[in-house]
Design a protein around this ligand. Structure first.
Ligand SMILES: *[C@@H]1O[C@H](CO)[C@@H](O)[C@H](O)[C@H]1NC(C)=O
Ligand SMILES: *[C@@H]1O[C@H](CO)[C@@H](O)[C@H](O)[C@H]1NC(C)=O
Ligand SMILES: *[C@@H]1O[C@H](CO)[C@@H](O)[C@H](O)[C@H]1NC(C)=O
Ligand SMILES: *[C@@H]1O[C@H](CO)[C@@H](O)[C@H](O)[C@H]1NC(C)=O
Ligand SMILES: *[C@@H]1O[C@H](CO)[C@@H](O)[C@H](O)[C@H]1NC(C)=O
Ligand SMILES: *[C@@H]1O[C@H](CO)[C@@H](O)[C@H](O)[C@H]1NC(C)=O
Ligand SMILES: *[C@@H]1O[C@H](CO)[C@@H](O)[C@H](O)[C@H]1NC(C)=O
Length: 284
């Protein structure tokens, strides 16, 4: 008796399930899943993105329709249950979404709707500006360096370099400039400082201008120089140059560089040449 009851019960359950998923012997579609093929919803302006929409079960063929803010964008027919791929270009704020897709076959009246999703627009970072309230420094003085990218989605992560070596850990800032305080206690502190900024999108780190402190005393250049204080036309390294953060440290020697600008205007080609004189110091 109990056995028969169980049998009857499970038969009823199964037939209910069959009624739910089968119409005329064909399977209804499951709710489709909508997801970004590139794996992230973070985008920049003018980026091409692909959304994939598919139902895991149901009888093909399947017609998929993509909606943006409840308006039809396009329709794709799939002969099987493989995902349909919708290619989009993000050209304006309205292209960020919200998106949904619908799956239909002849056995699913009204179709089945997916989850919805929207893109987050990331603004690429602008070249950071490295500055200091004091451009002249003496030994024994504390100086402040600040680094700020004017534009770019927040938060922005900054790191400071002297030469090619990092001199700070990564600092994450939400709006303000990142700052470090340097205690100038040796001639090797007069190098070229830079900072790097990056935000959440791709690997789009940008490097700042180089910043040199000039020495307020001692260490005058050994050769007479013309225009020593103005170095406006010396080419800066490309933004994309990647400095290694783990540079081999050479503790025995330190260099101070002096640059001398020679303008060769008289030759007519207006070339600016920088000659770098290096002096080797031994550390005390
Ligand atoms: C984006 O796609 C369009 C065609 O839809 C193409 O013309 C353009 O070059 C693509 N842009 C990128 C960055 O791939
Ligand atoms: C979208 O682009 C992919 C390749 O990236 C391509 O296979 C697919 O057919 C495209 N879809 C449409 C609707 O053009
Ligand atoms: C339903 O069936 C008709 C004819 O059999 C076909 O033309 C139509 O594309 C089918 N609809 C879907 C959503 O597959
Ligand atoms: C420099 O800063 C350090 C740490 O903030 C401080 O201990 C020191 O007194 C400062 N020196 C000068 C000269 O301001
Ligand atoms: C920052 O964005 C504003 C507005 O788009 C623009 O005018 C300005 O030049 C940008 N600044 C930098 C450093 O790119
Ligand atoms: C310079 O300062 C650092 C710490 O800021 C210290 O380790 C080092 O001994 C100092 N060097 C001299 C020459 O005072
Ligand atoms: C800083 O000094 C280096 C030489 O040590 C020179 O090559 C560079 O152009 C200088 N940078 C600036 C911004 O003055």
């Amino acid at each position: 008796m109990v056995f028969l009851m169980i049998l009857l019960f499970s038969y009823l359950q199964t037939s209910q399930q069959i009624q739910k998923t089968m119409v005329n012997g064909k399977e209804m579609l499951s709710n489709p899943r909508l997801k970004p093929v590139q794996g992230t919803l973070n985008v920049v302006m003018n980026q091409n993105v692909t959304l994939s929409c598919n139902s895991d079960s149901g009888s093909p063929p399947v017609r998929y329709t993509l909606f943006k803010r409840n308006q039809k964008v396009s329709t794709l027919n799939r002969p099987d249950l493989t995902p349909s791929l919708f290619n989009l270009t993000i050209n304006s704020a309205s292209d960020l979404g919200e998106y949904k897709c619908k799956a239909e076959n002849n056995n699913t009246s009204g179709g089945k709707y997916s989850n919805s999703l929207s893109f987050t627009l990331l603004e690429p970072i602008s070249k950071p500006v490295l500055s200091s309230p004091t451009s002249q420094a003496k030994k024994g003085q504390n100086v402040t360096l600040s680094c700020l990218s004017e534009n770019g989605s927040l938060p922005i992560t900054y790191i400071f370099f002297k030469g090619t070596q990092s001199i700070s850990s990564q600092v994450m800032m939400h709006k303000e400039a990142a700052e470090i305080v340097l205690f100038i206690n040796s001639s090797s502190d007069f190098g070229t400082y830079k900072c790097r900024a990056e935000n959440g999108f791709r690997r789009n780190a940008k490097y700042s201008n180089g910043f040199n402190f000039t020495l307020a005393e001692k260490f005058k250049p050994t050769r007479p120089s013309t225009g020593f204080t103005s170095t406006p036309n010396v080419e800066e390294p490309e933004d994309e140059v990647i400095y290694s953060e783990i540079m081999p440290v050479k503790p025995e020697e330190e260099y101070i560089n002096f640059s001398v600008l020679r303008r060769e205007d008289e030759k007519g080609d207006k070339r600016v040449c920088a000659t770098v004189y290096s002096r080797v110091l031994s550390r005390d």
